[in-house]
Design a protein around this ligand. Structure first.
Ligand code: HEC
Ligand code: HEC
Ligand code: HEC
Ligand code: HEC
Length: 427
């Protein structure tokens, strides 16, 4: 079911662009996915197009490139119109090569159906036939969005950037918002065009939000290392590509004097550190799966941090070692079941790290609160807690989110006590 190794060679972007893209108009007929109401007798809702067009930010991603913020970014970068610039279009539209677009394809559709579901050239005519198995359509190029590893690779190709779709510190410096992604949270943000019901599970297998969170962290950590070790993506002149480092290592007020030790880095004060929030989270995942492996990831992460203060060669060697470890662990995490006891272990591990001062930086705290949210929702779905308890827990979670409202006034102490309260309200 989970085909990590089989697909490891081809990136998500390769898979999405492997077949011709026919355009959103090819999906939006009223008897296909363009219905105004949910179809009762169908496996799928069939009103996906209406939901996407009316409420999904992906439908507006191309239009964003004409707004004032985009004009400003493009002007500062000196790249001409953002609506014409490949670097912007790669993530804000379905930017498959021009000669592989069908007659009804329009770039202005933004991040359309085939940007996530893959080129429909070979499966458009057959996939709606009830006698055709989902796996057959996948063989013909339908992207397996139901598989958490593959879904993480897909979303992260735009929500973090990859070697194929790189977002650089220069783009950030021109004013692009910092990217922060968590697979489970983002799968359910806004109004989804899919329903994970009994029928979905029969056709596509189990759905487990905490596992999705866990897999998303492992894939994001892998992705960071792949960019760091790539000779083109990882370096800009004499500096490594700064987007791979912790924004708050450099962007902070000098008067704060906020430095403190972190077990996850082992570094002293005054050192630029890699963005490691996903590695920190992946350790919390492993606390519930394999404690020895969690220790190994901690040791290898610290070795990587240390290597960045030594040399480029040492950094690449340490990064490759950690990459091999992640390669081995991500499939195990994807196959883990994450029962109620493991939820408690994960939450306790996150809170213990918070108490130790591991969430000194805003972006790590942001990942920790999204992790806590996945756990809280999973508690509720598992039936381990009743409604009263769930509501109490959610109120504490809201309070933790509130401490992260403004990155410029982030206080680790407030976050620590808010997270402690979440833990105390959990089973
Ligand atoms: C082809 C690139 C691309 C892919 C693939 C992609 N996204 Fe996006 N996503 C974007 C862009 C660009 C935006 C911002 C749109 C805008 O506001 O103009 C966005 C916005 C979002 C938002 C709204 C964020 C907010 O702050 O409200 C969510 C949620 C989201 N994406 C989830 C996902 C998930 C989940 C996946 C994987 C299943 C995914 N995206 C895959 C490009 C992509
Ligand atoms: C690696 C993929 C990627 C690249 C490259 C990229 N963006 Fe984005 N952009 C995103 C995503 C994802 C978001 C949504 C972030 C979120 O809300 O979490 C976004 C958000 C934005 C926003 C804020 C959207 C809003 O609704 O407020 C603007 C403006 C923007 N991008 C412009 C640009 C421009 C201009 C370029 C080219 C210089 C560009 N982007 C390149 C992925 C990308
Ligand atoms: C940002 C990525 C993204 C975009 C854009 C997108 N989808 Fe989806 N779609 C998903 C994800 C993730 C799922 C849920 C996982 C699954 O069922 O494979 C899904 C599920 C579905 C399903 C339900 C499948 C089932 O078996 O129940 C249908 C149908 C669908 N999408 C059609 C569309 C159509 C039509 C469009 C364009 C109007 C579209 N999608 C655009 C990511 C996307
Ligand atoms: C190694 C230190 C370092 C790291 C890490 C770093 N930056 Fe920067 N950042 C800089 C420098 C240096 C500048 C350029 C300041 C100038 O031009 O005066 C800058 C400029 C910026 C600017 C423009 C500020 C302005 O006043 O115009 C933004 C926005 C920005 N960075 C965002 C980020 C984000 C987001 C991250 C993390 C993904 C990040 N930076 C990581 C050092 C860093």
């Amino acid at each position: 079911m989970l085909c990590w190794s089989a697909f490891a060679a081809a990136t998500a972007v390769d898979a999405i662009y492997a077949h011709k893209h026919l355009g959103v108009a090819s999906c939006s007929n009223s008897v296909c996915h363009g219905a105004s109401q949910v179809f009762r007798d169908s496996h799928v809702q069939q009103n996906e197009f209406a939901i996407w067009q009316e409420t999904d930010p992906h439908a507006k991603a191309y239009a964003t490139l004409s707004n004032a913020a985009s004009k400003d970014i493009a002007r500062k970068l000196g790249i001409g119109e953002a609506t014409q610039a490949k670097v912007c279009l790669d993530c804000h539209a379905d930017n498959i090569a021009a000669d592989r677009r069908g007659e009804r394809f329009q770039l202005s559709d933004g991040v359309g159906c085939e940007a996530c579901h893959g080129g429909a050239e070979n499966w458009l005519n057959s996939h709606a036939d009830k006698s055709v198995k989902h796996a057959d359509s996948v063989d013909k190029g339908l992207y397996p969005t139901e598989d958490p590893v593959r879904r993480a690779e897909l979303c992260l190709s735009c929500h973090m950037g990859t070697r194929d779709r790189m977002i650089t510190h220069r783009i950030m410096g021109a004013g692009h918002p910092r990217l922060a992604f968590e697979l489970d949270t983002f799968t359910w943000l806004g109004r989804p065009h899919y329903a994970i019901d009994k029928d979905w599970i029969e056709r596509k297998g189990e759905w487990n939000g905490v596992r999705d969170w866990a897999v998303g962290q492992g894939v994001a950590a892998t992705n960071l290392i792949d960019q760091l070790t790539d000779p083109k993506a990882g370096w800009q002149g004499i500096f490594p590509e700064l987007v791979l480092f912790n924004c708050y290592a450099c962007h902070k007020r000098m008067s704060d004097k906020s430095w403190g030790p972190r077990q996850g880095t082992g570094l002293g004060p005054g050192v630029v550190r890699l963005y490691d929030a996903n590695l920190v989270m992946f350790r919390h995942v492993l606390a519930a799966v394999d404690k020895t492996a969690a220790k190994r990831v901690l040791d290898e992460t610290r070795a990587l941090h240390r290597a960045t203060t030594e040399s480029r060669d040492a950094t690449l060697a340490a990064a490759r070692r950690l990459r091999a470890t992640l390669d081995e662990l991500v499939p195990r995490v994807a196959a883990a079941s994450f029962d109620a006891a493991s939820l408690t272990t994960i939450l306790a591990d996150i809170e213990a790290d918070a108490a130790r001062g591991e969430y000194r930086d805003y972006d790590a705290a942001e990942q920790a609160v999204m992790a806590a949210q996945s756990v809280v929702v999973a508690y509720e779905n598992s039936g381990a807690i009743d409604k009263g308890k769930a509501d109490a827990l959610k109120a504490k979670l809201d309070a933790a989110y509130a401490t992260l409202k403004n990155e410029n006034s982030y206080s680790m102490a407030s976050f620590q006590s808010a997270l402690k309260a979440v833990r105390a309200a959990a089973p």
